[in-house]
Design a protein around this ligand. Structure first.
Ligand code: ZN
Length: 219
C-alpha cells in the first residue's frame, strides 16, 4: 500500500465514467417518509458536491446551479456544514439540478457526483489491488452507516468476484440518489487499486423492491 498523491479528480472521472455507461434515471421516488425526522443525510454530501462542482466542472456551473435551488437547499449548497443533518429531499433537489445542468455534457454526472464523495472520504490511492483493505472499507461503511444517513441499514456480503451491498429499510429514496451510489462504490473500488470495476444496482426501492442491492465486481 502507498500513500496517494493528491489527485485532481476522481479516478472514475479520469477514466471517462463507468465502463457500462450511465445508469438510466428511472423509477419512482419518495422524498419524505412517514417519519420525516429520520429522512436525513450528512452535510458531508453537500460539501463533496460543492467541491466537485467547483473543482472538476466549473465555478460558473456551480453558481448557475445555485440559482435554480429553493432557499433551504441553496443555503446548504452554498455553506455546507459537514456535521449537520439535511433533509433527504434537499440532496435530491440538488442532484436533480446538477443533472439538469450537466448531463448533456457529462451523461454519467450522477455517478461522478458519488465518486467525488468517495474521493473525498478515502483520499489515498492504492497502486495495487488490496482486496483486504477494500473489504475493510466496505464493512466500515456498513458499521458506520448511521453516520451518513439517519435511516436504513447496510449489510455487506462477500462474493467470489467482489461484494454485494444491501441497503434495507428505506423510508425515502430516489433514483438520483441511488445512481450516485453506483459512482461512490466504483470510485471506492478503483481507489483500492482495481484496474476493472463494475457496479450494478440489481434491486432497488425505486423499482418496487424492498432493498437496494448493489453488485460489485472487480479485478
Ligand atoms: Zn436504489
Amino acid at each position: 500500500m502507498e500513500r496517494g498523491y493528491p489527485s485532481l479528480m476522481s479516478l472514475l472521472m479520469k477514466q471517462g465514467g463507468p465502463s457500462r455507461g450511465a445508469a438510466p434515471v428511472v423509477g419512482r421516488e419518495v422524498l419524505v417518509g412517514p417519519d420525516p425526522d429520520i429522512c436525513k443525510v450528512t452535510g458531508v454530501m453537500f460539501a463533496a458536491r460543492r467541491e466537485f462542482l467547483i473543482k472538476d466542472i466549473s465555478e460558473r456551473t456551480y453558481y448557475s446551479i445555485l440559482t435554480t435551488l429553493g432557499p433551504t437547499t441553496l443555503q446548504q449548497a452554498m455553506n455546507p456544514v459537514a456535521s449537520a443533518w439535511y433533509d433527504f429531499s434537499t440532496i435530491v433537489e440538488y442532484d436533480k439540478a446538477i443533472y439538469q445542468s450537466c448531463h448533456a455534457k457529462y451523461p454519467h454526472i450522477l455517478e461522478l457526483v458519488g465518486a467525488a464523495s468517495a474521493e473525498l472520504g478515502i483520499g489515498r490511492v492504492f497502486h495495487q489491488l488490496d482486496t483486504a483493505e477494500l473489504y475493510a472499507f466496505l464493512e466500515n461503511l456498513a458499521k458506520f452507516h448511521e453516520q451518513y444517513q439517519k435511516y436504513g441499514q447496510l449489510t455487506v456480503e462477500r462474493t467470489p468476484t467482489g461484494a454485494r451491498m444491501h441497503y434495507r429499510d428505506y423510508p425515502c429514496y430516489s433514483p438520483y440518489f441511488c445512481i450516485s451510489g453506483n459512482g461512490f462504490m466504483l470510485e471506492a473500488i478503483l481507489r483500492h487499486g482495481a484496474t476493472e470495476a463494475d457496479v450494478v444496482e440489481t434491486q432497488c426501492h425505486c423499482r418496487g423492491d424492498h432493498v437496494c442491492t448493489y453488485e460489485l465486481t472487480w479485478r
